[in-house]
Design a binder for this molecule. Structure first.
Ligand code: SF4
Length: 901
């Protein structure tokens, strides 16, 4: 009988929606993650990323036990080993260089109540170097603090009072889904939705008007709109006179420009500015919601302050249904004394937006150790190469996370963290006014531990254990004391969200916590700050939040072969680039290969892409971005980066055409296919089992890959195309064009050259130790160490007479051979990724593997548990091997092509 339960919890990911969730668990396993209809704001809505999160929790790439790296090799470790090593290194570094030689890098991955205690831990230790500044919304908050005294946003439900709404660089469809019903309600009531964004996001479909200003020039658009309202005498004179200061000086700034000039500087047609002004004047109140893209310019404060000023002039400040709303203080509801900063004299901080420079340049003491939680800075911080160099410089790096991502590549210790579904905590948010329960739905996967438990374990080894070691519940009670003071109890919060004591519409009394007690207009404006952008390259690079992922939360297998770069079709045509072609995106900082997508409705001076892809998967867009800090708020102006987009210059691999023969639907080229594509090859997939005709000759191709399949290699009766395929393999080789056969493909290659497939009389399944022969060690394709590789076959082959054996195994001797001019047979599956292996494990365990079902009882739960625990390392080894073989094999294809030319 199945045992099912549903747990109320809260999404803790880096997303302003912070949804109430219902996690359904069957027999201890999470089976669904849906919106909680009882959450007062999110009301059961969630995004596409919610359901997908289950895959993340159980991903075969997830690291589920601690690991220590020595001499470049990861090995599995116990928690005690990991804690002992970390505590000992921390103490040594503190004794030798002082605590500031340690950097605690706390990311935004999760911002729960218990996460406050991470810094408390380091403060009890003596106060280490921490971070200042932000990769996210710091500029907006700092700018609004200048105007309002304190940034306080309208409750999202207050927007039901809005007559119209302006989404200023905000994309709720992808990043704030619970705003969508509010927007639909406004539209239903006859209101207008204006989207202001240089990129055509999914939210454009909701907008009545989409304005696409030049990136970073929103300040001029806001000024032009304000000037029009003032010109018509439609401003909120009472607010301006009684509740604001600096208006006269702001008007002087406006007076320097005509509306026409401002439109031209913003690169927005005058009629659109007139329409925007008309929305403010005729649809009262209109609310403005600021997005995070707006912050990503060096002088973003000028745009944000000009938008605040527009709000004041339009009469929407302190008005229900109005406001200029940016975000909420996610750590606000907690007792912030638990950061513990007052325990020490102020300690050194490093500036987050330029963390690469900071790590490389910091001395006295230099950073000797970095401890990272909930972040992937090598991927997400600008100028990735420099960040990586900074991490390389540190002698000891501890990484707490879920996956072997770009930052983990620089770690010495990997601490596997739980997800929020395995934790007990409390979650506030930067997107609304509700605080929610984080209730444990499932036990920790593998040996994973929460960050809280990790710091508890470390504290046991340090001299402040008595001040830090307590139950999570006791800490939550203390850290959340301000919430209990508002009338909620810890027990009540476990059952659902609680609305914090915050206004629906802030500043209704029109008093502001500024020095003047009034709203403060910006009174200084230097156009050089806005116009002085680096225009070395023609396109501003806009790296948007993707629809399907939060930041870098993905796996290697999730990545397409190349990132997509979007350009206006006319720009692509001007450069002779076709939609879908492989292009080179270059900036002063670096270069990335990408697939071009042309998009109507985009600005012509913008190249847009989704952010968050990993460097190691070829998607590292922060290899391109410039590292500098914004003028106000220490934010990260990613969008100051300009790029060129050009046809990829000819190199040895570019444009090589590889025929890939697939022998069954589910056995795809996987990681090998992606690697070949990343290197520049074009793959033509042929599925003869499904009726695709095989090419008669190799003329149109530079190489041939034949994949595996469940068929017997001698089953010509049922697979008549085998004869043609073997003939084709020989024809490729006759022309010196390389062939690679994998598993079934290997057996067919053997047959094609006179070898003989046979049944092993058993199954070889799982990652297996293999060894290189002497010829294998010297082989130009294999060259280098051999990791354990995945086997899944019951047939083998007697190699053809002239074959050169390259790899041998114990159960099945012939594992890889070379024959002819450049033909290789690989019995093992070096092409796999985590998705394929997941499918194979799941189908094998559930007896869905046809002929192979008879073997399933030979492999018990313990076999799979061991294999799954090792998978992140096994896949890393297999994929490193695959990358090497793909490049070497493709080099043979390239050599043949150049010799033929
Ligand atoms: S990622 Fe955002 S929208 Fe999606 S479930 Fe989590 S909080 Fe909700």
């Amino acid at each position: 009988m199945s045992n099912t339960k549903t747990v109320v919890t809260t999404c803790t990911r880096d997303c302003p929606n912070t949804c109430g969730l219902l996690a359904t668990v069957e027999n201890g396993r999470l089976v669904s993650l849906k919106g909680d209809p009882n959450h007062p704001y999110t009301l059961g809505t969630t995004c596409v990323k919610a359901a997908r999160y289950i895959n993340r929790v159980y991903s075969k790439e997830r690291v589920t036990h601690p690991m220590i790296r020595k001499n470049g090799e990861w090995r599995r470790a116990t928690w005690d080993e990991a804690f002992d090593l970390i505590a000992e290194r921390m103490k040594t570094i503190r004794d030798e260089s002082g605590p500031e030689a340690i950097l605690y890098y706390q990311g935004y991955g999760e911002r729960t109540a218990l996460k406050l205690l991470n810094r408390y831990f380091f403060n009890l230790f003596g106060g280490v170097t921490t971070l200042r500044g932000s990769l996210c919304g710091g500029t907006g908050q700092a700018s609004q603090n200048l105007d309002f005294g304190e940034r306080i946003s309208h409750d999202p439900l207050d927007h039901y009072n809005s007559a119209s709404m302006v989404l200023w660089a905000r994309n709720p469809v992808s990043t704030n889904i619970s705003l969508v019903p509010v927007i639909r309600d406004i539209k239903k009531r006859g209101g207008r939705i204006v989207l202001i964004d240089p990129v055509k996001t999914r939210s454009a479909a909701l907008a009545d008007l989409h304005i696409t200003p030049k990136p970073g020039r929103d300040v001029y658009l806001a000024m032009a709109t304000a000037k029009l309202i003032l010109a018509l005498g439609a401003q909120d004179a009472e607010f301006v006179e009684k509740h604001a200061v600096g208006f006269d000086k702001y008007v002087e700034i406006l007076a320097r420009y005509s509306v026409m000039e401002l439109c031209s500087l913003a690169d927005v047609p005058m009629d659109q500015v007139v329409s925007l002004a008309d929305v403010f004047m005729s649809q009262r109140p209109t609310s403005i919601l600021l997005g995070w893209g707006l912050h990503r310019h060096k002088s973003a404060h000028l745009s944000i302050r000009a938008i605040d000023a527009l709000g004041a002039i339009a009469g929407i400040i302190g008005v229900p249904g109005g406001g200029v709303s940016q975000g909420f203080e996610e750590y606000g509801p907690y007792d912030q004394s638990y950061w513990g900063d007052e325990l020490n004299p102020p300690r050194r901080t490093l500036l987050m937006p330029v963390i690469g420079d900071e790590l490389l340049g910091t001395d006295d003491p230099p950073i000797r150790m970095i401890y990272v939680t909930a972040s992937n800075p090598v991927c997400m911080a600008p100028n990735s190469d420099k960040v990586a160099e900074g991490f390389r410089k540190a002698e000891f790096v501890v990484y707490s996370g879920h996956f072997m991502d770009d930052t983990s590549d620089y770690a010495d210790v990997f601490l596997p963290a739980t997800t929020f579904l395995e934790e007990e905590d409390v979650m506030a948010t930067y997107g609304h006014n509700w605080v929610g329960p984080v209730n444990r739905a499932i036990p920790p996967v593998g040996e994973c531990r929460s960050e809280f438990d990790m710091f508890q374990g470390l504290a046991e080894r340090l001299d402040f254990a008595d001040r830090f070691r307590r139950e999570a519940k006791a800490w939550i009670k203390d850290v959340c004391a301000p919430i209990w003071k508002q009338g909620c109890t810890p027990e009540q919060l476990r059952t659902g969200a609680f609305r914090l004591d915050a206004p629906m519409a802030p500043y209704e009394d029109k008093t502001f916590p500024t020095p003047s007690g009034k709203f403060q207009f910006m009174t200084e404006f230097d156009p050089a700050e806005v116009n002085g952008a680096d225009d070395m390259f023609p396109y501003k690079l806009i790296t948007c939040a993707p629809h399907g992922y939060i930041c870098s939360e993905r796996t290697i297998a999730d990545h397409e072969p190349l990132p997509v770069i979007r350009l206006h079709p006319d720009e692509a045509a001007r450069r002779g680039l076709e939609n879908g072609s492989v292009v080179l995106v270059s900036s002063k900082q670096g270069q990335v290969r990408a697939t071009l997508q042309t998009v109507e409705g985009m600005r012509r001076d913008v190249a847009a892409a989704d952010r968050g892809g990993w460097l190691k998967a070829g998607h590292g867009l922060n290899l391109l971005t410039k590292d500098l800090a914004s003028t106000v708020g220490m934010g990260t102006p990613y969008y100051e980066t300009t790029v060129s987009v050009e046809r990829c210059p000819e190199d040895e691999f570019l444009g090589l055409r590889i025929l890939v023969v697939q022998n069954q639907e589910r056995t795809v080229p996987a990681f090998l296919g992606k690697e070949l594509t990343r290197l520049g090859a074009v793959l033509d997939i042929c599925m003869p089992f499904a009726g695709d005709p095989l090419p008669e000759t190799p003329e149109d191709f530079d190489g041939l890959v034949v994949l595996g399949g469940a068929q017997n290699a001698f089953d010509d009766e049922n697979y008549a195309y085998f004869t043609l395929l073997m003939r084709l393999m020989r024809a490729f080789d006759a022309q010196g064009k390389p062939v690679a056969g994998i598993c079934l493909g290997c057996q067919l290659l053997s047959r094609a050259w006179g070898g003989e497939p046979f049944s092993c009389g058993g199954l070889e399944y799982g990652f297996t130790e293999l060894s290189l022969t002497e010829a294998g060690k010297a082989d130009p394709v294999l060259g280098g160490p051999l990791p354990r590789l995945m086997e899944f076959h019951e047939d083998s082959f007697i190699p053809p007479a002239n074959a050169v054996p390259l790899v041998e195994g114990e159960f099945c001797r012939n594992q890889c051979f070379r024959i002819g001019k450049a033909s290789y047979g690989f019995q093992f599956h070096f092409e796999i990724d985590s998705k394929i292996i997941e499918l194979w494990i799941q189908r094998f365990r559930s007896q869905q593997m046809g002929n192979y079902n008879k073997y399933s009882e030979l492999y018990d739960d313990a076999f799979f548990e061991t294999m799954e625990a090792e998978l992140p390392l096994l896949l890393t080894g297999s994929q490193a091997f695959c990358s090497r073989v793909a490049a070497n094999w493709l080099r043979l294809c390239a050599k043949r092509r150049s010799e033929a030319q």
